[in-house]
Ligand binder design. Structure first.
Ligand code: HMH
Length: 221
């Protein structure tokens, strides 16, 4: 116990899918400065809808932490994440205004609907805390890794997209993802094999859904 063995094992086993989720052509086009702005706008609109669906999911993880966690500090970690989401929704509205997007009556596209449906399935009381923590960690980490790529030395991210990349690529968000990983790892190490299997399936599903979400944003679906 105390290691990072379970998640590290998955990262190795699923590294190809992980790479597809975190180094998607859409993200690489931001980093390379060649991003199609209509794709970026589509991503912004769709992600606003996603985040609105993500908030109740995070609330459900908070509820499970308060009832089931063996460590009372989990609650503060998740609550901190929720507080950032409050601010994030208003950031989306400001950012969309800048781009001339009203953010009203946005129709969620297929990949977004699939993702939100998956989140709702994890909100059920039957979904165990460990699996939902793994999903939360994976969801946040894909964005953290993706957008931090766009901030690395040598990246040609357009100045008007820097704020977006910093939102998920900054060190504070990185620290939050690390905290989520520690919670997920601790829970996995005390979990029964069946729960570990469920959690691994949720991890794989998040990676697939993230790839589809980027595909949707860049216009190929
Ligand atoms: C699709 N995945 C998607 N949107 C987000 N905002 C995040 C992850 C992370 O917060």
């Amino acid at each position: 116990a105390g290691g990072q063995a379970v998640i590290a094992g998955w990262m190795d086993k699923h590294r190809e899918m992980y790479r597809r989720a975190t180094k998607h052509p859409f993200v690489l086009s931001i980093r390379g400065g060649t991003v199609d702005l209509s794709s970026f706008k589509r991503w912004l609109e769709q992600d606003y809808v996603f985040v609105r669906g993500f908030v109740p999911f995070v609330a459900s993880v908070l509820l499970k932490a308060s009832r089931e966690s063996d460590d009372e500090t989990d609650m503060e970690t998740i609550l901190g994440g929720m507080a950032s989401l409050y601010e994030e929704l208003s950031w989306f509205r400001t950012e969309a205004f800048k781009w001339g997007l009203p953010l009203l009556d946005i129709i969620p596209r297929r990949a977004n609907q699939d993702y939100c449906r998956f989140l709702r399935s994890l909100e059920e009381p039957e979904a165990d805390y460990t699996t939902t923590m793994v999903a939360l960690w994976a969801i946040e980490t894909v964005y953290q890794e993706s957008f931090s790529l766009c901030l690395e030395d040598g990246s040609k991210t357009p100045p008007e997209l820097m704020e977006t990349c910093q939102r998920w690529g900054n060190a504070g968000f990185r620290g939050y993802c690390d905290s989520l990983r520690r919670i997920a790892e601790r829970r996995l190490e005390m979990a029964q094999a069946g729960i570990q299997k469920n959690a691994e399936a949720a991890f794989e599903r998040v990676l697939e859904l993230e790839v589809s979400f980027w595909d949707m944003s860049s216009g190929s679906s």
